[in-house]
Design a protein around this ligand. Structure first.
Ligand code: AMP
Ligand code: MN
Ligand code: MN
Ligand code: MN
Length: 278
């Protein structure tokens, strides 16, 4: 059993990179990739745990892209984490995120909400501030009742405080990842609104843009979705990957490896990815 998608305290997960490595080992996971949002900063500490665990520890990243006017997350897997050009590209995404965060604070203030970037930053465990941290702040300050309300009313697409950041195109993300020797995979396609039908066409177009494959296994897919995406990968001759999207306490009930309980990603998925890259 493998897990190629999880988050540490270097993005919006709650566990330190070392704790993730130990958890993977304790749960008998054969290979685990750390895929923080728009940062490689947790990887040195994660990968340094390799001598202490039998789980294979792999570098990963989840890049914030936009496609068809919507958010699309692209996972980089099996790349060289030392690649300095890749590191520099990712820093440019961080700058775009910072500008978005400033605009988001201004928008929330316009709506009469008392908030500052410093107050939100204080809830983050690294210098990466995401909407997850904004949601935590808005709930803990009493401005909104719960995170679901935060996204529905304010921060989600269509919310009154939604501010997109100038995100990457999937083509650009794929180019960067390939140049660093890795594979570019669309994360959790089912979560990209538009339903399954549009996905079949969109994925074919994403393939033309250089995307290698997508998550056919995911911590929050139903068995039907998993079947659908496994078949779609075969039909489109694209690669299948999979992961839980474990975030620790920021996604309660979602476990590394097993997701909501039934996830089980076979080791052969990783073997196929490695053969494709070679
Ligand atoms: P950011 O990368 O800062 O734009 O924040 C993206 C993160 O916000 C996602 O990874 C989710 O954790 C969270 N998020 C965004 N929209 C929603 C939503 N509608 N429901 C729940 N979480 C969301
Ligand atoms: Mn996240
Ligand atoms: Mn994602
Ligand atoms: Mn994720």
């Amino acid at each position: 059993m493998i897990d190629l998608h999880c988050h540490s305290s270097f993005s919006d997960g709650t566990d330190e990179p070392e704790a993730l490595a130990l958890m993977g080992d304790a749960q008998g996971i054969t290979a685990l990739a750390l895929t923080d949002h728009d940062t490689l900063a947790g990887l040195p500490r994660f990968l340094a745990m390799q001598p202490r665990v039998s789980t294979r520890l792999l570098a990963g990243v989840e890049l914030s892209c936009r496609y068809l006017g919507r958010e699309l997350h692209v996972l980089g897997l099996l790349f060289n984490a030392q690649d300095s050009a890749f590191q520099a590209h990712i820093r440019t995404v961080r700058a775009r995120r910072h500008a978005r965060n400033l605009a988001l604070v201004a928008r929330l203030q316009e709506l009469g909400i008392a908030i500052s970037l410093e107050a939100v930053q204080a809830l983050a465990t690294s210098d990466l501030v995401s909407r997850t941290h904004f949601a935590r702040y808005l709930v803990s300050s009493g401005a909104v009742a719960n995170p679901q309300e935060v996204y529905r009313k304010l921060l989600g697409e269509g919310g009154s405080a939604f501010v997109p950041f100038e995100e990457l195109t999937p083509r650009e993300a794929a180019t960067w990842i390939h140049a660093a020797g890795g594979l570019a995979m669309v994360a959790h396609p089912g979560r990209f609104a538009g339903g399954r039908f549009i996905w079949d066409e969109a994925m074919a177009e994403l393939k033309e843009m250089g995307i290698d494959g997508f998550e056919a296994y995911y911590g929050e897919y139903s068995p039907t979705e998993q079947r659908h995406f496994l078949k779609l990968a075969i039909d489109l001759d694209m690669l299948a990957s999979g992961g839980s999207d474990y975030h620790g306490g920021n996604k309660p009930g979602l476990r590394m490896g097993t997701g909501r309980g039934t996830l089980c990603i076979p080791d052969s998925i990783l073997e196929t990815l490695e053969n494709a890259r070679a």
